[in-house]
Each structure stands twice: as C-alpha cells, then as structure tokens.
Ligand binder design. Structure first.
Ligand SMILES: [Cu+2]
Length: 69
C-alpha cells in the first residue's frame, strides 16, 4: 500500500470536501481517503498495482477541483 498526500485547490466547504473524497474513493485500488478542507489536501492510501497516481489526480480534476502538484 502506498500513501500519498495530494494538494487540492478550490475546495470551499464541507460539500466540496465530500465531493473530492467520493471522487477519489471511486478510483479502483484506492483503500482509504481523508480529505482536509483546512489543509487543502487529500491523504490517499492505494494499491499501486491497481490504482495509479494519475488516475487519482484526474478523478479530482473531473470532480471540478485543481491538483496542485
Ligand atoms: Cu463547497
């Protein structure tokens, strides 16, 4: 399992936080997601054999938010 922290821009409220969390959780291979509105980041644990970091980032983008790294 790989753990990664992704910086995300554009989250304004708890709804945004939930939207991002859901979007990342829907990526195949993602085990655990914790999105922090205050820190503007997502802590993601995933199986690197199944999920790839690009898929996680594009899920955030597709949800309407911006990945900062
Ligand atoms: Cu919001």
């Amino acid at each position: 399992m790989v753990q990664e922290i992704i910086s995300i821009e554009g989250m304004m409220c708890g709804h945004c936080q939930m939207t991002v969390e859901k979007a990342i959780r829907a990526v195949k291979g993602v085990q655990e997601v914790k999105v922090s509105l205050d820190n503007k980041q997502a802590e993601v644990s995933y199986d690197p054999g199944i999920a790839d970091p690009a898929a996680i980032r594009s899920a955030v983008t597709r949800a309407g938010y911006k990945v900062m790294d």
